[in-house]
Design a protein around this ligand. Structure first.
Ligand code: HPA
Length: 293
């Protein structure tokens, strides 16, 4: 069941975000400079285990933030340290297919932005469309395609968050992609790079859709992330995205995909994701505006 109390206007969303950030500040104190924001997607909640000194706040206690009941989505904010760096991790997210509006799915990310997080790493579970990619690999997101037909910025612009027409020419920070690539090489992790496409779901792709999406230029596909990326870029956050490729979709030999199998593969790849995120968090380059080492 989806608990979204915000079905109103964008103005209400501004109030929700400022209320949520005030409540979080009351519980945790001010957010320190250099705090890293994380969104941990399907089956990746185990990455949160690498966070030390953790304080959890269930989304249910943060008025106005939507909660997901999808298996594998924990539904809490975890504050703590990753490799010594302060982090705020959103463990679990709400999806469009649960009935939330595009803007509602972005309330948690906007709250991190309002709290002063400068860099956000978004993770997800995704299906590989690139025939050269394999299930079990990680993929750095270099660009995205919004195939949802929706946009979290629809409606009156919230000027306090960002401009009416935010540029998406460099939505995913190339310097952070380069930094993550170097860290992955250092750790000996197999790391792809590619374009992520968000569909609304919950139905999975037909063979014809799979062929079409691949021809459009997508390397991986999932049901999250792009809405959050748009909202984060609107607020000027620096973005890095990492997909955990849980399955491979080939239009001429489609394998059945089960949510359980996706979660199982995400869980198995979560260890690699945790190693990469820990290495990134330890890198002082994450503090610099360019992200370059
Ligand atoms: N399609 C859409 N979403 C997904 C997939 C997929 O193949 N795998 C994980 N999330």
């Amino acid at each position: 069941m989806l608990h979204a109390t915000n079905t109103g206007t964008n103005v209400n969303h501004q109030e929700t975000v400022s209320h949520a950030s005030r409540l979080i500040r009351e519980k945790l104190g001010n957010v320190q400079a250099g705090t890293l924001g994380l969104v941990l997607g399907s089956g990746l909640t185990p990455v949160a285990d690498a966070i030390t000194g953790a304080v959890d706040i269930p989304f249910a206690e943060i008025t106005g933030l939507p909660q997901s009941a999808v298996a594998g989505h924990g539904g809490f904010l975890r504050a703590g340290r990753l490799s010594g760096r302060p982090v705020l991790a959103l463990c679990g997210r709400v999806h469009l297919y649960e009935g939330a509006s595009a803007a509602e799915t972005c309330l948690p990310v906007r709250t991190l932005g309002a709290l002063g997080v400068g860099t956000l790493i978004i993770t997800n579970a995704a299906g590989a469309l690139n025939p050269l990619f394999n299930a079990g690999s990680l993929m750095l997101i270099t660009d995205h395609i919004n195939m949802t037909g929706q946009n979290p910025l629809t409606g009156p612009n919230i000027d306090a968050f960002g401009p009416r027409f935010p540029d998406m020419g460099r939505a995913w920070c190339p310097d952070l992609v380069a930094l993550a690539r170097r860290e992955a090489v250092g750790l000996g992790l197999l790391m792809e790079r590619g374009v992520y496409m968000q569909i609304p779901g919950p139905s999975l792709e037909t063979p014809a859709e799979t062929r079409a999406y691949r021809q459009m230029g997508a390397d991986a596909i999932g049901m999250s992330t792009v809405m959050e990326a748009i909202a984060a870029r609107h607020m000027g956050l620096r973005l890095l995205g990492i997909s955990c490729l849980t399955n491979k979709n080939m239009p001429d030999c489609m394998d059945p995909i089960s949510h359980e199998a996706v979660l199982d593969m995400a869980g198995r790849t979560a260890k690699q994701m945790a190693r990469l995120l820990s290495a990134l968090a330890a890198n002082p380059a994450l503090d610099t505006p360019s992200g370059a080492a």
